[in-house]
Ligand binder design. Structure first.
Ligand code: UD1
Length: 460
C-alpha cells in the first residue's frame, strides 16, 4: 500500500510572534489528583438556552475560558446582562433581550454562538445570525439546524451570509436528522421548548452535553423526554422560568488528563467525572494497556500497565469514540508498541496535528482521512505550533513525554478550551511554564515562521 507523506491539510493564518507560548521539559512522571472543570460545550449551549426565559438564571461550574468570555460578549450585545458572581458562577439576566441580530465579528470567532438562533427565534419571533463560516477542522455546515427550524414552521432564508429566521409562533414538528449533529439537535430542542405542540427529533445526537442542555431546559419548566437516546420528544410550553443549574464536568478535559497519565506512565486521580460519559475512552485506554479504575464516587484512577500497545480508533458520534479526543490519543499511540490506524469520520480536516507530532519524532502518515501511526520508542522535544483546540492539547501531552524541551505556540487555541491547564499540570509535577510575549526564544520564532500555523477561527 503506497502511503502519502503527511502534509498540512490547510493553510490557516500564521501564529503571531507576540503570542505567549508554553515551554515543557518532558520525560518526567506525573502524580497526584486533578480537578476537572465544568464542560465548555455544555456551558456554551446553556448560556444560549438562558435566552429562552424572561427571568434571571444562575449557572454554576462554568469554566473560565476565552470561549465563555466571547459568548458573554455576544449575549451582552443582544441586551442580556451577564455577570460573573463567583469563581465559576455566571448570572445571566435575559429580561432585556431586545436585539434579534448578532454582530458578525463576534459570531465569526465563536461557532457555538450560532446556538442563539433557536432561542432568539423562539422568544422574539425573528432572528438574524451571521453564518458561522468554515473552520480549521472542516466545513461544518448548518443545513440541519435550518431544516429543523423549518420543520417547526419557521421561514428561513440565507442571504448575504446571514441566516434570517422568522416565525410568529413556532409549531411542533417531526424531524429526522440525516446525521446526529450535536449543534442541530441542540438548536431544534431549544426552539421546540416554546413551540406549540409536540416536536419529535429522530436520529438525535446522544452526547452528554445534549442531556445537560435538556436537564437545564427542564429545570426552567420545559417538557423534554428521551434526551440521551436517539429520539427526543419535546412538548412545547407557553413560557419558561429562571433557574439555577450546575454544569456537568468536562469529559474531554478528563480524557485529556487520562491521556497525559498514559503517555507519561503515571498514576493520576481525576475527578469529578461521570464514567459513563467516557466509556469509549476508558475502553480504548484499557485495550492499550492502561489500568483504569473507579476509586471513589466520581474519581477515576489511571495507572500504567506493563506496556502501551497500539490500537485502532474510529471517531464516531456518542457513545462512539469522541472526535474531540482523537488528537490526544494520537500522541499516546505515537509512543505505543505497534502500528495503529486512526480514522476521523466526524470532521473532514481534523488531522492537522500530524506534521507537528512528527516534528516531535512521531512516525505518522496520512492517507485518505486515516492516520497510520507507527509507534516509536521515544519523542524528542522541538518547537511546534498548535493548529486547533484539541490539537493543542495533543501537543502538550506529547511534550510531557518528549525528551528535552518542547515549545508550543498558538496558545489562543488551548485557552479556548482548557481552564488553567498549566497550573493543573504543574500541581501534578509537570515542568511546564507559560512565557509571555516578547520573551520568545529563537526556536519559537522559527517554528512560528515555518508554520504549519494556527487557525484564527474557533474550531471546536
Ligand atoms: C460539537 C462540539 C464540538 C465537537 C462536535 C462533535 C460544541 C460547541 N461543539 O460541534 O466540540 O467536536 O460536536 O462532538 O458543542 N453537520 C452537518 N450539518 C449541520 C450540522 C453538522 O452536516 O447542520 C455535520 C458536521 O459537518 C460534522 C458532523 O455533522 O461532520 C458533526 O457535527 P456536529 O455534531 O454538529 O458538531 P458541532 O455541534 O459543530
Amino acid at each position: 500500500m503506497g502511503i502519502e507523506p503527511s502534509l498540512p491539510q490547510s493553510s490557516p493564518a500564521p501564529a503571531r510572534l507576540t503570542d505567549p507560548y508554553l515551554q515543557i521539559e518532558g520525560g518526567y512522571r506525573l502524580s497526584g489528583e486533578v480537578t476537572i472543570s465544568g464542560a465548555k460545550n455544555s456551558s456554551l449551549a446553556l448560556m444560549a438556552a438562558s435566552l429562552l426565559t424572561m427571568e434571571p438564571c444562575r449557572l454554576h461550574n462554568v469554566p473560565k475560558l476565552a470561549d465563555i468570555r466571547m459568548m458573554s460578549a455576544i449575549l451582552e450585545s443582544l441586551g442580556v446582562r451577564v455577570k460573573p458572581v463567583a469563581d465559576n458562577t455566571l448570572d445571566i439576566d435575559p429580561r432585556f433581550l431586545s436585539v434579534h441580530r448578532a454582530p458578525y465579528e463576534l459570531v465569526n470567532s465563536l461557532r457555538a454562538s450560532f446556538f442563539i438562533l433557536g432561542p432568539i427565534l423562539a422568544r422574539l419571533g425573528m432572528a438574524r445570525i451571521p453564518l458561522p463560516g468554515g473552520c480549521a477542522i472542516g466545513a461544518r455546515p448548518v443545513d440541519l439546524h435550518v431544516r429543523g427550524l423549518q420543520a417547526l414552521g419557521a421561514q428561513v432564508r440565507i442571504e448575504h451570509g446571514i441566516v434570517e429566521a422568522r416565525a410568529r409562533k413556532l409549531r411542533g414538528g417531526r424531524i429526522y436528522l440525516d446525521y446526529p449533529s450535536v449543534g442541530a439537535t441542540e438548536t431544534i430542542m431549544m426552539a421546540a421548548t416554546l413551540a406549540e405542540g409536540e416536536t419529535v427529533i429522530e436520529n438525535a445526537a446522544q452526547e452528554p452535553e445534549v442531556v445537560d442542555l435538556a436537564n437545564f431546559c427542564r429545570s426552567m419548566g420545559a417538557h423534554i423526554r428521551g434526551a440521551g437516546s436517539k429520539t427526543i420528544v419535546i412538548s412545547g410550553v407557553l413560557r419558561l422560568h429562571g433557574s439555577e443549574y450546575h454544569v456537568i464536568p468536562d469529559r474531554i478535559e478528563t480524557g485529556t488528563f487520562m491521556a497525559a497519565a498514559a503517555i507519561t506512565r503515571s498514576t493520576l486521580r481525576i475527578g469529578p467525572v461521570f464514567p459513563e460519559h467516557l466509556a469509549a475512552v476508558i475502553a480504548k485506554l484499557r485495550e492499550m494497556g492502561s489500568v483504569v479504575n473507579l476509586v471513589g464516587p466520581g474519581t477515576l484512577e489511571v495507572s500504567p500497565g506493563r506496556v502501551m500497545a497500539a490500537t485502532d480508533i474510529e471517531t464516531l458520534p456518542f457513545p462512539g469514540f469522541p472526535t474531540d479526543m482523537q488528537a490526544q490519543f494520537m500522541s499516546v499511540l505515537a509512543v505505543s508498541e505497534g502500528t495503529s490506524i486512526i480514522s476521523e469520520t466526524v470532521f473532514e480536516n481534523r488531522l492537522m496535528h500530524v506534521p507537528e507530532l512528527n516534528r516531535l519524532g512521531a512516525d505518522i502518515r496520512v492517507r485518505s482521512g486515516h492516520a497510520i501511526v507507527r509507534g516509536v520508542l521515544k519523542l524528542s522535544g522541538a518547537p511546534v505550533v498548535a493548529t486547533d483546540l484539541r490539537a493543542s492539547a495533543a501537543l502538550v501531552i506529547a511534550g510531557l513525554a518528549a525528551h528535552g524541551t518542547t515549545t508550543i505556540a498558538g496558545l489562543h487555541h488551548l485557552d479556548r478550551g482548557y481552564e488553567s491547564i498549566e497550573r493543573k499540570l504543574q500541581a501534578l509535577g509537570a515542568r511546564i511554564e507559560r512565557h509571555l510575549p516578547g520573551a520568545a526564544p529563537s526556536e519559537v520564532s522559527n517554528a512560528v515562521a515555518a508554520g504549519p500555523d494556527a487557525a484564527t477561527v474557533a474550531p471546536a
